[in-house]
Design a protein around this ligand. Sequence first.
Ligand SMILES: Nc1ncnc2c1ncn2[C@@H]1O[C@H](COP(=O)(O)OP(=O)(O)OP(=O)(O)O)[C@@H](O)[C@H]1O
Ligand SMILES: [Mg+2]
Length: 363
Amino acid sequence: MSDSLAPEYLTALSDHLRQENEGSLSRAYELGRAALAAELGILDTLSLYEAAFRQLVLSAPSSEQPRVADAVINFFRELLSPYEMTFRGYRDANIELRRLNLELIRTNAELQAKQVQLIQSAKMASLGELVAGIAHEINNPLAYVLSHLKTTSASLARLEATGGVEPSSEQHELLERARDRIAHSQSGAERIRELVLKLRTFSRLDEGERKTVSVRESILSVLTILEHRCKERIEVRTTFGEPDLVECFPSLLNQAIMNLVANAIDAIEGTGTISIAAGRHGASYEISVTDSGRGIPENLRERVLEPFFTTKPIGQGTGLGLSITHSIAQKHGGTVELAASEAGGTVATIRFPLSETTLVRSE
Ligand SMILES: Nc1ncnc2c1ncn2[C@@H]1O[C@H](COP(=O)(O)OP(=O)(O)OP(=O)(O)O)[C@@H](O)[C@H]1O
Ligand SMILES: [Mg+2]
């Protein structure tokens, strides 16, 4: 293409030399566009210029050479201006591309966070549903067991009072034993009722809104759920400060506490302790879970909040616990922090600002 453009270029340049004006410069611009359209690079265009320069400038009488050189340079400058415009176009497109790319990265991160939340919410919702269902199913028969135990013990007392005939020692012993067994059954049934209450507190499926709840109850309900994993192996200590009633998203806060306590349990091999403290610090509320476990290595501390980051064997950890806790803290306008505990374990702290109402009430 540069071959076919060369004679045209030379003719146009000669015209320009004879009559340097806007028209001849427009022609240079047109040629530049034609070169671009023919995908001629800057170096090819430079070759055109060089050939023309040699031919025209060097053949001109020496007195004319400066004028001819100026005219040739002007012509060439005009020829290059379509390239300049194209470069500017590239630069603008590049800036736009970079902006779009950043937007894409941001949207992607948001989507990932949403996906994590969805998975965890689905996980917790099905667990909550299961727990709520079981609690409901236990509650009905429990109600009549408790009620019948009461009437049975009342009937027994009446039977003893109305007989008139002194019971034989064998009958007496049987009555004693029946009374004792009824009392035991009653305390057992009471314990089941307490457990059911805690399960219901935990599931709180209907509480997707902000509510004022007892953090103490929330923590105790989480501990009830996880008790079987601590038994005889881990000593759990709790310290409940003021205020106890806090405005929050209750089911979410339960999830967050459960995730931290579950991690603390997993971090302890053999025996150890977990200390849970809750209470106000200035205008914030803090719930901290301190374990005597293996601790989080310094180089992993940044990564553990990442969704799907886990050091647990395949099938045991999804790596979602902390990232969801982080989102829950964020939903409360707060943070989750992980630090090394004095004993070499981990202190995980959820901190969020107390609402105006809670602050006023706790003043
Ligand atoms: N208290 C802790 N002590 C030591 N390591 C911890 C502690 N809490 C979290 N980690 C580390 O952080 C990783 C990520 O924790 P995260 O709760 O997000 O996921 P996970 O516990 O592995 O899985 P999931 O919670 O989904 O069952 C864990 O695999 C573990 O290596
Ligand atoms: Mg976890």
